[in-house]
Design a binder for this molecule. Structure first.
Ligand SMILES: *Cc1c(COP(=O)(O)O)cnc(C)c1O
Length: 729
């Protein structure tokens, strides 16, 4: 009943019933397919109708079409240039959706039935969708978009959070406050999945003392569908209706319920759609209960537990995303009892048998570890950078007694970013001119990028300056809107970046504020930082952004420490903190600053992806040699903070890394940027930009990454030993 490759199911009127003039009514199809988010021509189309409204609707095309005035639409209809662009976009859309010569089809003819189901708690697709919090979500979203570009038989499974993560407000004293809003479906490009009778398709899971119902939503990402489960239905009690309301909200009980809905409910959702994936990809341990449900299905068919487990394992793969303990979910035994005592008999297991699947021993007792379950239940597991692979093999060696660290079966596939999503339009036009018209088809081939050497410096300089001006005028408009609407204290308006100058060296630092990311490291020696920032001939600006999890008190204190410093008059408004980091702000920042700084405590950054987005746009990385940068840095394409050493004494490590940070900034970065008297950005700097793009753009793209997943994980035949827990190196 659910056909993956049938975009014709898409609606022709907005769900709210709004109809458009016939000549341009296929705009409706465009807005219900997120293909438009990585096709800058479509964005031009919306801007051409009403640029002001497009910004007011925060780039939400459904909202936009619901609110746009007939007058503006009629104006567009009278404009031949608009109609020409419209026809071009529709032509490109149709060509994309109908293409059967995709990379997957060409490389693996006859494998279209090899459906891959990709489970993730977060999908970061666009700023309008409240279904992500940070890096993990962006990666899932980029993975889905690339799976579409490459033509994989692929379906994503996740949860629909009608309040999303949270919106961030910083008080005058630097304290983070969290706000929540409820999103309206009418305003989102999301569709209910209906059965033949036009009724919502519902699936349920058993929770203690009740049955929890969910309905299913579909988001179309190019050729790839995502199915999201949502507990906000009248069949559920009020508390249960809010079960999937917030991403990473609530207590441990909420978390385990959400993970039961994602894992067990997710399998049932695919079954309700008549789907039988050949590969089940658990992106992080949150979805690992999916293996329970698939074992239960096989046991119900009459198989014993061991046979069922071997079968499940042979078609399951697992990606681990963090060595930080809080990122590896664990549940206490009493909770497993509470939620699974009726379930383990259905898996053909005793209580002990179930607990032993994912046993973690601690000083204080034992728990059930979701990453352990993920690793044990998969035929192959991978980390997300080479260094993270080493760290993970050490971390999980205890699961493979007698296996030397280097033979622990956890491989690595380094993360990447989706080029079309993160590349600025003006940079893309520049690449179009110099890399050849079909460079996007070969973007993971290093050869493609060599042609950048021939680009005149002046063009790169002009594009970089354009993007920085765009960023800073965006920042000022935001500050102005807050000043007008929210009655903030003037110092907050300065702290929001009003005094930034688009012609000065600008550093970006934006990421989650959790302690290992050391968001206040650059403030460690404030006097030294003041001298660097206020150098009269060569000033430096720093722009911060990022959220701390609402329960993460130490993370919130780091934001406060940074904020209290930067609002001091001595910093002259050259350091700013931008509230409410999201995909929209991330795009402005990774496209607009000069330097992208990252200083995590090595080796805790599994990969990091924002630096890859920056590199793609000609922003130069300045980072600790952790995660992807350990692989990406070649001595010439950016700068390193510190070296490859890790000290057990955190304070000593911080002091050492901060000293290195100041030295490199003061002695290398600042002088290089301002080296030419006649140019705002020196020729030496532009050489570095070229070196950075040429070496990093092809390697750290999802194009390379998803191909690697296909070759090494999705289509690799399970080795005979796989059944006993073999990963791939
Ligand atoms: C890319 C991105 C991230 C992840 O960045 P890291 O480098 O992994 O910290 C987080 N949030 C947003 C909004 C992003 O765009």
């Amino acid at each position: 009943m659910f056909v993956l490759d049938r975009p014709s199911e898409m609606p022709t009127t907005l769900l709210s019933g709004v109809t458009l003039p016939k000549r341009i009514n296929r705009l409706v199809e465009l807005v219900y397919n997120l293909w438009w988010t990585w096709n800058s021509d479509t964005i031009e189309l919306f801007e051409a109708i009403d640029r002001q409204l497009w910004e007011e609707c925060v780039h939400n095309p459904v909202k936009f079409l619901r609110r746009v005035k007939r007058k503006e639409l009629n104006g567009a209809l009278q404009d031949p240039a608009f109609l020409q662009l419209y026809d071009k976009v529709i032509g490109e859309f149709d060509a994309y959706m109908r293409d059967d010569q995709t990379w997957f089809n060409r490389t693996y003819p006859g494998r279209r039935d090899h459906l891959i189901a990709y489970f993730s708690t977060e999908f970061g697709l666009h700023e309008t969708f409240p279904t992500y919090s940070g890096g993990l979500g962006i990666l899932s979203g980029d993975h889905a978009k690339e799976a579409s570009d490459l033509g994989l038989p692929f379906i994503g499974v996740g949860l629909y959070y009608n309040q999303g993560y949270f919106s961030q407000h910083i008080t005058e004293d630097g304290w983070q406050e969290a706000g929540y809003v409820r999103y309206s479906f009418d305003d989102l490009p999301i569709l209910p999945l209906l059965n033949e009778d036009g009724q919502p398709i519902m699936v349920s899971v058993e929770l203690p003392g009740r049955r929890l119902w969910t309905r299913l939503w579909r988001i179309q990402v190019g050729r790839v569908p995502l199915v999201l489960l949502d507990s906000d239905v009248p069949q559920n009690a009020p508390e249960d209706r809010d079960l999937t309301a917030r991403l990473y909200g609530g207590d441990k009980d909420t978390r385990i319920c959400q993970e039961i809905v994602l894992g067990i409910g997710g399998v049932r959702a695919l079954r309700a759609l008549g789907l039988h994936p050949k590969v089940w990809h658990m992106n992080e341990g949150h979805s690992a209960f999916l293996t329970f449900e698939r074992i239960r299905e096989l046991v119900a068919e009459g198989k014993d537990f061991q046979t069922a487990m071997a079968e499940v394992k042979a078609s399951t793969i697992f990606t681990t995303h963090t060595p930080v303990p809080a990122g590896n979910e664990e549940f206490p035994d009493w909770m497993m009892d509470r939620y699974f005592h009726q379930y383990w008999p259905e898996m053909g297991l005793t209580r002990e048998g179930l607990m032993d699947l994912a046993r973690l021993q601690h000083a204080g007792g034992q728990t059930f570890g979701m990453s352990v379950l993920g690793i044990r239940m998969s035929r192959a597991s991978n980390a997300v950078s080479e260094l993270h692979g080493q760290v993970s093999r050490r971390m999980w060696q205890f699961l493979f007694p007698g296996t030397p660290i280097e033979r622990v079966p956890i491989g690595s596939i380094t993360n990447g970013v989706h080029t079309g999503t993160w590349l600025a339009r003006s940079m893309r036009l520049l690449y179009d001119r110099y890399l050849g018209p079909d460079w996007m088809e070969h973007l993971d081939d290093p050869e493609t990028w060599q042609a950048l050497l021939a680009v005149p410096d002046a063009e790169i300089r002009a594009t970089r300056l354009h993007l920085k001006r765009k960023l800073i005028s965006y920042i000022r408009e935001r500050a102005r809107a807050q000043w007008v609407a929210l009655g903030r204290h003037p110092v907050q308006i300065v702290a929001a970046g009003t005094l930034l100058d688009p012609y000065k060296l600008t550093i970006g630092f934006a990421r989650r504020f959790s302690t290992y990311k050391r968001g206040s490291l650059v403030m460690r020696d404030v006097d030294r930082l003041l001298r660097i920032v206020n150098n009269p001939h060569m000033p430096v600006q720093i722009i911060f952004a990022g959220k701390a999890h609402p329960m993460d008190e130490p993370g919130k204190r780091i934001i406060q420490e940074v904020y209290r410093q930067l609002k001091r008059a001595e910093f002259a408004g050259r350091i700013a903190f931008l509230e409410d980091y999201d995909i929209n702000l991330a795009r402005y920042l990774v496209q607009g600053v000069d330097v992208w700084m990252n200083n995590p405590r090595r080796p805790l950054e599994a990969s990091g992806t924002s630096g890859m987005k920056a590199a793609l746009n000609g922003v130069i990385n300045f980072s600790v040699l952790d995660g992807w940068w350990q692989e990406g840095y070649n001595g010439d394409n950016g700068w390193a903070i510190g070296d490859e050493s890790e000290l057990a004494d955190y304070n000593a490590q911080d002091a050492k890394d901060a000293a290195s940070l100041y030295d490199v900034l003061e002695n290398q970065i600042v002088p290089l940027y301002y080296e030419d008297r006649q140019n705002i950005i020196s020729a030496g700097w532009i050489r570095k930009i070229k070196e950075s793009i040429i070496t990093l753009a092809p390697q750290f793209s999802t194009r390379r990454m998803v191909k690697q997943y296909v070759e090494e994980m999705y289509l690799a035949e399970p080795a005979p030993a796989a059944v006993s827990g073999n990963g791939r190196r």
